[in-house]
Design a protein around this ligand. Sequence first.
Ligand code: NAD
Ligand code: IPM
Ligand code: MN
Length: 339
Amino acid sequence: MPKARVVVLPGDGIGPEIAREARAMLELLVPDIEIDEQLLGAAAIRATGEPLPAATLDACRAASAVLKAPIGDPEFDAADVRPEQGLLALRAALDTYANLRPAVLDDVDVLIVRELVGGLYFGSSGVREDGTVYDTCEYHPRQIERVVRRAFELARARRGKLTSVDKANVLETSRLWRRIVDEQSPRYPDVEVEHMLVDNAAMQLATDPQRFDVLVTENMFGDILSDLAAAVTGGLGLAPSASLSDGGAGIFEPVHGSAPDLAGSGTANPTAMLRSTALLLEHGLGLHEEARALTDAVAAALASAPTPDLGGTATTAELGAAVREQLSVDHAATVSYGG
Ligand code: NAD
Ligand code: IPM
Ligand code: MN
């Protein structure tokens, strides 16, 4: 098998603190891995003036997968060049249109499939002469069809239930979205489909999350609903994501942001980042045993060394060390990694 080449983007705020732990797991589980650290976000603006420098984009394009820590810094809140622009440009350049955001706890097992490279985030925006400011939500049918088909396929491999979330009572883009889901549905007779308005979906995610299997929705609704799904399944510190294209490098990153309030404290929960690393091993490198080993080790370590967001006292580094200890106790004897 060719050597795995992973670009690590340590990002901003708590990013470097949790990226360090994730990198250590990759090096432990895949001994011959090639890791290349690059700048994105506020760190990149400070060093080069650009949120997504050409060197970073080139490295990501050539990689097997990208492991990304959160970006964003209040220092740039009022700036013209913002860290978030780098992230959006990277998602667009790699065409990672299918953003998988799993939320699992006890009897809740929800997978949000968020369209990631269209909609309000990428429509035209600007300021008119009279001072009116606008952002537009646009979707081409092909952009909807490909993410909807991904969601059907994922639902088929799970419990066979797909909830398409929209605002079809108000928005033209949502009516197109609904029509495309209905057009695709006969191809997947084993998947039961329902349509749900986004305000109701938010309410039901909060009150009855077990009722959902796979949700598919446009970019902005998926952003908001995935923080909510994280909140009802243990908190943002636990929620990972995988952003997939058709065949190119995927981006694997936590759902949460750079948590400026925690940056430098050494107490951020690295779990979302480590679970994103497990998704990278699984979907990005096809290393199923290693992905399972990391997932299990994180679960065990969380029980013994929870961070403050979970009511514990462990630091980022202590939880990371507990995961590595679990990995060697549980698996070193039986699994030969990266062989
Ligand atoms: P946030 O997700 O950074 O933080 C929200 C709350 O959750 C904070 O109280 C924070 O302390 C807590 N939290 C987040 N991650 C945690 C962790 N791993 N462990 C413990 N607690 C954690 O959201 P925000 O404050 O709205 O945004 C801060 C910055 O992050 C902004 O610049 C935003 O643009 C950026 N952001 C980036 C990404 C990304 O890179 N994918 C995602 C979301 C937000
Ligand atoms: C996320 C983040 C990003 C988004 C921001 C930082 C652009 O909130 O990954 O959920 O809205 O997609
Ligand atoms: Mn978000």
